[in-house]
Design a protein around this ligand. Structure first.
Ligand code: OKP
Ligand code: ZN
Length: 376
């Protein structure tokens, strides 16, 4: 079992705006935590250097005009045109110097990760600095400039993959990836998220299920605010896992946003490290031996550092003791790797969490399972 971790200090540098909630230094926290635990001393745990994606590679999904515009904006040119492409000084997608290079490097990292997994040089690779699932062909959205996920999946298909399963456990709906493959039956997209009724980007209802010939190959599992480990495990077990098994993918791609965490400032889900890593472990058990894992959202730095380090440990089969190594404790003040159990919800809130989770499972089983010949 060889497991890669995409890393270069360059991936941690681009500041979107001083007050922006997405802080690229979070990736360094993950890397240094794994290093402090000595994980990279294992012969099977390898750090892989990313490269910058070329314009041509970016244009496998994005329009030429968009790619060239992002390049110009990044140099401070043509800024009066930025609003057309989803950018604004005050909003989710501000323009920063070096934005193009950072987004092209994130996409290049996902390409290297995809190629490494497809070639069999590694059984699994984690590109924690990727997972920009909202970007569209001609616009930036939700902190995402280039959709490295779509670009990586397109590369897998070009290399010969016939079936790619994409499972997105970020708290937000993976709309950009879903839409890119909405009419395809070669890419199964599954997104589990806080319902669009209460969270950006507002989409991701169970009724969004793909269009010919992709009907039944886009799956959405919306969840109520307050959703906790137990309800989350229930939907993975009863809606997601049977579909991935029946689809029998050549490659598994996951987006492991950790903004589902109870401490995340942007969402209202209540997962702890236990709920998140159990979900990742379950998904990993469905991998056909080729697993491309990506990061995604995650805006509480402690949750990001600890949970993504644990994700990589799951992938590499490494046991991490709960006591965080002293060197890391001194630098960042984190002491304990795993979260304590979350406090219980009020009874009425818990009832709503279960009702909505069960309703989403029921709808997926009713609408989607028959397409895949799963009887339940
Ligand atoms: C990105 B990812 C209203 C606020 C919306 C955007 C959140 C993007 C999340 N304009 N904020 O999926 O974690
Ligand atoms: Zn998110």
């Amino acid at each position: 079992m060889t497991v890669g971790f995409m890393y270069s200090p360059e991936l941690t540098r681009n500041i979107l705006r001083e007050d922006h909630v997405l802080r690229p230094m979070r990736l360094r926290l993950v890397y240094e935590l794994l290093q402090a635990y000595g994980v990279f001393e294992r012969p099977d745990a390898v750090v892989i250097e990313p490269r910058v994606a070329t314009d041509l590679e970016l244009m496998s999904f994005h329009g030429r005009d968009y790619v060239e515009s992002v390049q110009a904006f990044s140099r401070g040119e043509d800024l009066h045109r930025q609003n057309r492409y989803g950018f604004s000084d005050w909003g989710d997608n501000p323009i920063s110097e070096g934005m193009y290079d950072a987004a092209a490097l994130a996409a290049g990292a996902s390409l290297v990760a995809a190629e490494t997994v497809w070639n069999g040089e590694a059984d699994a690779v984690f590109n924690a600095g990727g997972g920009y699932h909202h970007a569209g062909p001609d616009f930036a959205s939700g902190f995402c400039v280039f959709n490295d996920v779509v670009i990586a999946i397109l590369r897998l298909l070009a290399l010969g993959a016939e079936r790619v399963a994409y499972v997105d456990i970020d708290a937000h709906h993976g709309d950009g990836v879903q839409n890119a493959f909405y009419t395809s039956n070669h890419v199964l997209t599954i997104s589990i998220h806080q319902s669009g009724q209460t969270l950006f980007p507002g989409t991701g209802e169970t009724a969004e299920m793909g269009e010919e010939p992709g009907v039944g190959y886009a799956i959405n599992v919306p969840l109520a605010p307050g959703t906790h480990n137990a309800a989350y495990a229930h939907v993975i077990e009863n809606a997601v896992a049977p579909l991935v098994r029946a689809f029998n993918p050549d490659v598994l791609v996951t987006q492991q946003g950790i903004d589902t965490h109870i401490d995340d400032p942007l969402t209202h889900l209540r997962l702890t490290s236990e709920g998140h890593t159990s979900a990742v472990a379950k998904l990993g058990s469905l991998s056909p031996g080729k697993w491309l894992a990506m990061g995604g959202g995650g805006y509480d730095l402690s949750a990001v550092a600890r949970c993504w380090a644990m994700d990589y440990a799951v992938m590499a089969g490494a046991e991490l003791p709960d006591d965080i190594p002293p060197s890391y404790q001194e630098n960042y003040g984190l002491k304990q790797l795993r979260d304590d159990p979350a406090p219980d919800l009020l009874e009425a809130d818990d009832a709503r969490v279960w009702r909505e989770a069960e309703e989403s499972v029921r709808r997926v089983r009713e609408l989607i399972f028959p397409v895949h010949g799963i009887t339940s």
